[in-house]
Every structure is written in C-alpha cells, then in structure tokens.
Design a protein around this ligand. Structure first.
Ligand SMILES: [Fe+2]
Ligand SMILES: [Fe+2]
Length: 317
C-alpha cells in the first residue's frame, strides 16, 4: 500500500499513465518471451537480448504495480485486460513447455490491486513521470530490436518461428504504446472522439491479424476452428476498411463503433475458448497458452475502450 497521506486528484495523468503500463508493460514482456522462444539455438545473442528485454519489462511492471495500488481505475481492473482467469495457468504451462522463466509473482500482485480511492499519494506525479520516461527509452529500444529482427528475417538472414507479419504486428504495438506515452509526457490533450477513432482503426487491424495468426497456427486438421478464425479475420478487415473510409458521418461512426464492439466480443469469446482448449490439451496447434491469452487480453483492452468511452479530453490536466 502506497497511501502515506493524500491530495485531491489533479488530473488523469497519474491514472492514465499507470493504467497504460499495467497493460502494456506486461504485453511487451510477453513479446520478449515469444521472441525468445522463437529463435533457434545458433542465435544465442538474440535469445539473450530478448531475455534482457523481458527482465527490463518485469522491472517496469513491478514499479507500475507498486505505484498503482489505490490509483488504478476500477474499469481497468475489472476489464480483464491486465490478467484473465487463465493467465496464471497459461504462464505456468508456457514456462513448463519452453523453459523460459516467467515471473508469476507480478501476476498475483496485479490480481490484488485495489482501485482508485479518488485521491493520489503526494509526490506520485514525479515518480509516474519518471516511470513514463523509463518506459519510453525501453520501448524505443525494444521497437528497434523488433524492427532489426524483422529486417533480418525479411532478408532471409535469420530464421524464427514467428511470422514476419507477427514481428511487424508486435513492432506496431510497441509504437502505439510509445505514441500514447509521448502524449502523456508532453501534456498533449486529445479529443476523446479523435482518440476513439485512432484506437478503433488500430485495434480493428490488430484483431483481424490475431484471427489470421490463429488460423495459421492451428493444426490443419482443426478445420472448423480454422474456418471460424478466418471468418473473424474477414469481419475485421471489412470493419477496418470502413473505419479508414473518408468522412464518416457522426451517426455512421456510432454504428461502426457498435459493430466493432460486437465483432470484438465475438473474437474475445473465440480466444477465451481457444485458451481453455489449449490449457486442457484439447487443441492441436503451434499456439502457446500464453500467446492466445495475450491476444485475449488485447481484445479485452479494446472492449473496455469501446464500452467505457465518454466525450471529453484525454491527457494531462
Ligand atoms: Fe501483443
Ligand atoms: Fe497483438
């Protein structure tokens, strides 16, 4: 518990920053785990670099959890975007299968977080700003690492068991994290409507790609699930094209948001079922339990944005 006294909440800076790290620092550490597991034995230097990124994100997440007790949003804690009811089991199984150490204490700590009580501890804003700065430096360097690996793979100088489009996908997620962090650090206010549009365009593409990846990682004998994954991918592709269309009228925008919501609910349900099947050893695939639970949390993050959106301004205030 961090409460040593309290001051009135001056803005969203502290809460928005910490909510962001609780989600994205975990996402980044898992990207490092997937990359580490994806390299071949000869590329030991890359394995070590991925391991270092994992450890650095462990530290970042640890600090975010420590600062977040009594400051995290109720909506975020309830959204299952940080930890699902399957995350711990997925971590245990993935650690057992890959031999890569996963710090599960951070997961149990995150499950114990107490939501915002309407006040923030004094002095926390400086600590949060420092944490944001650290996250920006680390994520810039991790994005560069992802881009370098992608470049090597594209030039056929390096082999991994991740698709090039998956490397590009995790690279774009790092850039998205950086974009929001820069806004928070630079006191940039963003109209909530603009933010929602950006989020929808970004996450529609991400959700569609998840469905494509799942379809490719499933064993060819899993025909029904492969088909279901492809159908979901097509659904998001169409939605993404509409979102990127010129001059959506306000009424049309609302309708598209509703369609995104129902498609994301469908993909989240599909991923949740897939995670359970993998954990029960009932699904033939190349998917790790942590990978599919990871994509489920990304869907839950998007769902929370779609479900709790309110007009106004985001950013430091
Ligand atoms: Fe991801
Ligand atoms: Fe993703």
């Amino acid at each position: 518990m961090l409460v040593t006294g309290s001051v009135p909440l001056v803005g969203n800076f502290v809460r928005e920053s910490l909510d962001l790290h609780l989600f994205f620092a975990r996402i980044m550490r898992e990207h490092a785990i997937f990359m580490q597991a994806g390299f071949y034995p000869k590329d030991v230097t890359y394995v070590q670099q991925a391991e270092q990124f994992k450890c650095q994100y462990d530290e970042l997440l640890k600090e975010a959890i420590m600062l977040s007790d009594c400051t995290a949003s109720v909506d975020v804690l309830n959204s299952r975007e940080l930890v699902t009811d399957k995350t711990l089991r997925a971590e245990q199984k993935t650690q057992e299968l890959t031999g890569i150490f996963i710090d599960m204490v951070l997961t149990t700590e995150e499950l114990k977080l107490i939501p915002d009580l309407g006040t923030i501890p004094p002095g926390i804003e400086t600590q949060v700003s420092g944490l944001n700065q650290k996250a920006m430096v680390l994520t810039t360097s991790f994005a560069e690492f992802k881009a370098m690996v992608l470049d090597q793979v594209t030039q056929c100088c390096l082999a991994t068991n991740l698709f090039p489009s998956q490397l590009e996908h995790v690279y774009r997620e790092a850039l998205f994290y950086l974009k929001i962090l820069k806004r928070l650090q630079n006191n940039q206010f963003v109209d909530a409507r603009v933010d929602l549009l950006e989020q929808e365009v970004f996450w529609d593409e991400i959700m569609g790609e998840h469905a494509e990846f799942v379809a490719h990682f499933l064993d060819p004998s899993e025909k029904k699930l492969c088909q279901k994954a492809r159908d979901l991918a097509r659904r998001f592709e169409k939605l993404e094209q509409k979102m990127k269309g010129e001059g959506i009228p306000a009424s049309g925008f609302g309708q598209l948001t509703q369609k995104n919501l129902s498609a994301t609910l469908a993909v989240a349900e599909f991923k949740a079922r897939g995670t359970e099947l993998i954990l029960d050893c009932q699904l033939k695939s190349l998917l790790s339990p942590l990978l599919i639970d990871h994509t489920l949390r990304e869907a839950n993050y998007y769902l929370r944005i779609l479900q709790t959106w309110k007009p106004g301004y985001l950013g430091r205030g």
